[in-house]
Design a protein around this ligand. Sequence first.
Ligand code: AMP
Length: 187
Amino acid sequence: MNLILFGPPAAGKGTQAKRLTAERGFVQLSTGDMLRAARKSGSELGVKVAAIMDSGSLVSDDIVIALIEDALAQNKDAPGFIFDGFPRTVAQAEALDAMLAKHGKQIDRVVKLEVDSQKLMDRIAKRFAEEGRADDNPEAYKVRLDAYLAQTAPLVPYYEQQGKMRSIDGMADIDSVSKGIAKSLEV
Ligand code: AMP
């Protein structure tokens, strides 16, 4: 089972991905986490993406596709993957389908966490106060939300046409969202 957790930034994808990893042994592939790790390590890639990430814009497709390609090669025996924050453009989704096909795999389910924008703003303000992530400041967050609407939302019809898209109420408490996801993976 390979699934994509889909939704705007701060919808709760990371939290739910970690739960699924703990419960089912799936491997979480978060391009945001990978890019933050690259920055922390001071690598050439990290230096290259820092300003783009802090502005809230998307880094180039080539960069994130290469990260996922490496991660898939390194985790050949994983019982399943949870893609979190990837794909974010149609080009990334097409590349993902092709990369998985090379390994004899496919995306089985796309679970969209629905959260209204006011709730997202409240969550992000809280996270900014607690963690101080540069791209959680209100200005950068607006750029991230706009990027989601313009570049990532077109993936909804992409996966709907494949019959893989399911929507969950992402405003419920964490346990209820987890239950909703579990149910969406059964059918
Ligand atoms: P996230 O933690 O998933 O919200 O990602 C943080 C930032 O990393 C984003 O605002 C982008 O700048 C960059 N990023 C993460 N994943 C992607 C992706 N799939 N495509 C382009 N940029 C990404």
